[in-house]
Design a protein around this ligand. Sequence first.
Ligand code: PGA
Length: 248
Amino acid sequence: MKLVIANWKCNPATQEEAERFFDMIEERTKKLGKIRNLKIVICPPFVWLSGLRGEIPNLRLGGQDCHWEQSGAYTGEVSPKMLKDLGCDYVIVGHSERREYFNETNEIINKKLLAALKTRLKPILCVGEKEDEEMGLIIKNQLIEGLKAVNRIQMQNIIIAYEPVWAIGTKNPCQPDDAMRAALFIRKILNELYNRKLAEETAIIYGGSVNSKIVLSYIKEAGMDGLLIGKASLDISEFIKIIEQVNG
Ligand code: PGA
């Protein structure tokens, strides 16, 4: 099963546009006819979620973040339970923009991930190094701390997104070879933390300046299990091209 996940970030600016985007994606996805081994996940801003409810099983919703508690006195927060109630099956945790601009530490991300799992949301845990950082050291730490107290059964519901920070929103994507190397490294760490079966079966996707021209190299050459797409997911015809290619 391949995953194409759209991270709309803080876009679009109106509910009307969000619904238009979603409807277009749904329309075009229906026209693909047979959707093979593909799941499309749209992660819009929280406030647009209630207006987006798709009819096709392969088009799902996700949150871009969540709180670590299910309810309570936490002004401004949105809990995993609320996301579930709005029809989400997935939630992104630990995106580099949350780490960078909202001071999220691995410890906080771990709490969010555990709360998401409890609510039966599938967490998409983002890991990746900055330009001046060593990939191995950073990712190992992000995985060890981010996955703390996650057991083997829960691990079956986690997706790891390799998103090198220097490749996000830069028009400078990571070379497929390097993405493959990072994915192998992630599997090695998962083998150390869990076992070989989980290391092999965990979905590892790539994100960072993906567009329709390069998308297949990540799937075919680098063997990634899918993609996390920011900017290109807001250009609907570009996003559809990506979906078409991954669908094959
Ligand atoms: P980008 O964003 O595709 O715009 O680089 C990816 C992401 O932040 O998940």
